[in-house]
Design a protein around this ligand. Structure first.
Ligand code: NAD
Length: 336
């Protein structure tokens, strides 16, 4: 295959063409400044094309065609491969700038180092690793935009929902305790029907149960806010919804004397100051999770949920767990 080497565009490769890989592909395909040059997934090309074209969540029919094993969509020409091991990828000549690893397979830093032979600027894991790979969420900590290492994790969708609020409370108040509850749609990490799984509750039928489980967001937030490590606690439920999630938070503060209106004004001002407009917003519409589909925010605060009792602040924020995370990845691409 001849590679169209445009020096101006960031050249991206994705390994793992599942919910995140496909959603990210769609966003990249609409960009004039990004080039998606390679996709790998263990599934055959015909399956990948079919699953990209038709989507049960977003009810889309996306444009995609294939010519001589090269995938075409919008102005992108993408080399597709169906390898199961990073060792078998033949990406040497693609001049890749950024690799996104989104296979959902548990990864260590040393597994991701196998990509180094392609000489990318960045290798990004779309989940926390199972070792101590650093986690960066530069939208929340802008000083890290210029210090991103070659290999890092970009946390998770739920951590992007909670982190801006945690940062906001940390910057303005003294936090005594920060409790969050993730109410998350089911994902491919659960079973459709009762069948074997390491996590016995995730073994149970996903579309039939409210499933208490764990959230990787706790690990992410404790990594990013080490000084608050012992003040953060969480619980998590998977619910029979195909996409769209929410987080409920309760923050106990040392001193707090704002009323609801002043609190929201302060949060709004902070959102502007931090350039979080695409990431955090508020609504007083009585929305439900499906109203979030395709929205870019990681944290859409339901103003009706805001409750203030002395030093205890509680609220709920919604997010499209797939789209919001892909938008955070897009922000990263555009910045680097
Ligand atoms: N779904 C979400 O809301 C969401 C949000 C943020 C982050 N993430 C993270 O992104 C990752 C992907 O999540 P997803 O929801 O897209 O999962 P998914 O199961 O839909 O997609 C994973 C894809 O990787 C492929 N795959 C599996 N093993 C592979 C291998 N060895 N080599 C190549 N391809 C392989 C699968 O065939 C599948 O198409 C997970 O780590 C998840 O935690 C998911």
């Amino acid at each position: 295959m001849t590679v169209d080497a445009s020096p101006k565009k960031l050249r991206i490769a994705i390994n793992g063409f599942g919910r995140i890989g496909r959603q990210l592909t769609e966003l990249i395909s609409k960009s004039n400044t990004l080039d998606l040059v390679a996709i790998n997934d263990k599934m055959p090309l015909e399956t990948a094309v079919y699953l990209y074209r038709y989507d049960s969540v977003y009810h889309l029919k996306r444009e995609i065609s294939v010519h001589l094993d090269v995938v075409h969509m919008a102005h992108q020409r993408i080399l597709y491969s169906d390898k199961q091991s990073i060792l078998d990828l033949a990406w040497e000549d693609l001049q890749i700038d950024v690799i996104v690893h989104a296979s959902g397979v548990s990864m260590r830093k040393e597994d991701l180092m196998l990509y180094q032979k392609f000489n990318p600027k960045h290798i990004i894991l779309s989940q926390p690793s199972i070792d101590d790979l650093p986690i960066y969420m530069p939208q929340i900590f802008p000083e890290t935009w210029t210090t991103l290492p070659q290999i890092f994790s970009m946390g998770s969708c739920t951590s992007y929902c909670v982190a801006p609020l945690l940062k906001f409370f940390q910057d303005h108040f003294e936090i005594k305790h920060f409790i969050f509850t993730s109410v998350h749609c089911y994902t491919p990490s659960q079973n459709l029907h009762d069948s074997a799984h390491n996590d016995l509750r995730r073994a149970r039928a996903a579309a039939q149960n409210i499933i208490p489980t764990s959230t990787s967001a706790t690990k992410v937030l404790q990594f990013l806010f080490p000084e608050l490590q012992h003040k953060i606690s969480s619980s998590s439920y998977r619910v029979p919804v195909i996409n769209g999630s929410l987080t409920e938070i309760h923050v106990l503060l040392r001193d707090f004397n704002l009323n609801k209106a002043d609190f929201l004004t302060l949060l709004q001002n902070e959102t502007k100051k931090n350039n979080w407009e695409h990431l955090l917003s508020m609504t007083d519409d009585p929305i439900v999770s499906s109203d979030m589909l395709s929205r870019s925010e990681s944290c859409l605060i339901d103003i009706h949920s805001l409750d203030i009792r002395d030093n205890l602040v509680s609220l709920v924020s919604f997010y499209d767990n797939e789209a919001s995370y892909c938008h955070r990845l897009m922000e990263l691409f555009l910045k680097i």
